[in-house]
Design a protein around this ligand. Structure first.
Ligand code: SF4
Length: 201
C-alpha cells in the first residue's frame, strides 16, 4: 500500500527524538496490507536495530511459536512497535520519545484497520489501556471503533520469567475466537468503566 510505504519513508527520515541519533536502522513494522491481526510491542532491540525488522530476536522466535500454536505464520499478521528506533542499551523508551513517535503508529493502524490489535508489554498496554496494569488487563478484550484491543504480556517477559509462559500461551489461544466473533462483540462506550469491568462475551 502506497500510504504505508510513505509512512515507512517518513520514519526512515525522522529525527524528531533523540533515538534517531543512536539507531542503526529504523523499524517501521511489517506485515500484510490488510491484516486481521496486528501486534504492537514496545521498541526495537539490538537484533531489530541491525535488521530494520520487528521481533527478530529471541522474543520474536517465541512470538512465532505462539503464532504457530494458533495456526498462523508471522507473514500473516502485522507486527510493529510503539517507538520505531532502538533506545540505547535497550533502556525503556522515554515519555517524550513515545509521544514524538505516536503519530506514526496511529497512521499505520488507521491504514491497516485490523480486527484485533494485540498489545505486547506495558508500554503498548499504556497506549491502548490507559491506567490499567498488565496483570489485570491481559486476556480481557475491549472493542472500540471497530477494533478489538487485547492485552498480552510481552513475549520477552516469558524468557525472563518462565512462570509467565503459560499465561502468554493461554492468552494467545483466545485470539482465534476473537477474530471469529469480531462482528458480534459489542462496542465499549466511551463513558463506560475501564476494561476490567466490561463483559464482552
Ligand atoms: Fe522519529 Fe520515532 Fe525514531 Fe523518534 S523513535 S526518531 S520519533 S521514528
Amino acid at each position: 500500500m502506497k500510504e504505508l510505504s510513505q509512512v515507512a519513508d517518513e520514519i526512515a527520515a525522522c529525527t524528531a527524538c533523540a533515538l534517531s541519533r543512536s539507531r542503526t536502522r529504523t523499524v517501521p513494522g511489517e506485515g500484510p496490507d490488510d491484516p486481521s491481526l496486528l501486534f504492537v510491542g514496545e521498541a526495537p532491540g539490538w537484533h531489530e536495530d541491525q535488521q530494520g525488522r520487528p521481533f527478530v530476536g529471541p522474543a520474536g522466535r517465541f512470538l512465532e511459536e505462539l503464532l504457530a500454536s494458533i495456526g498462523l505464520k508471522r507473514d500473516q499478521v502485522w507486527i510493529g512497535n510503539i517507538v520505531k528506533c532502538r533506545p540505547p542499551d535497550n533502556r525503556d523508551p522515554l515519555p517524550d520519545e513515545i509521544s514524538a513517535c505516536a503519530h506514526f503508529l496511529e497512521r499505520q493502524i488507521a491504514l491497516l484497520r485490523p480486527k484485533v490489535l494485540v498489545t505486547l508489554g506495558r508500554y503498548s498496554l499504556a497506549r491502548f489501556f490507559p491506567g490499567e496494569s498488565i496483570s489485570r488487563a491481559h486476556g480481557r478484550p475491549k472493542k472500540q471503533q471497530g477494533i478489538i484491543y487485547f492485552a498480552m504480556y510481552h513475549p520477552a517477559a516469558a524468557l525472563h520469567q518462565p512462570s509467565l509462559r503459560r499465561t502468554i500461551e493461554e492468552d494467545m489461544k483466545r485470539i482465534p475466537a476473537l477474530l471469529e466473533s469480531w462482528d458480534r462483540i459489542a462496542e465499549a462506550q466511551p463513558e463506560e468503566p475501564p476494561v476490567k469491568q466490561l463483559t464482552l462475551f
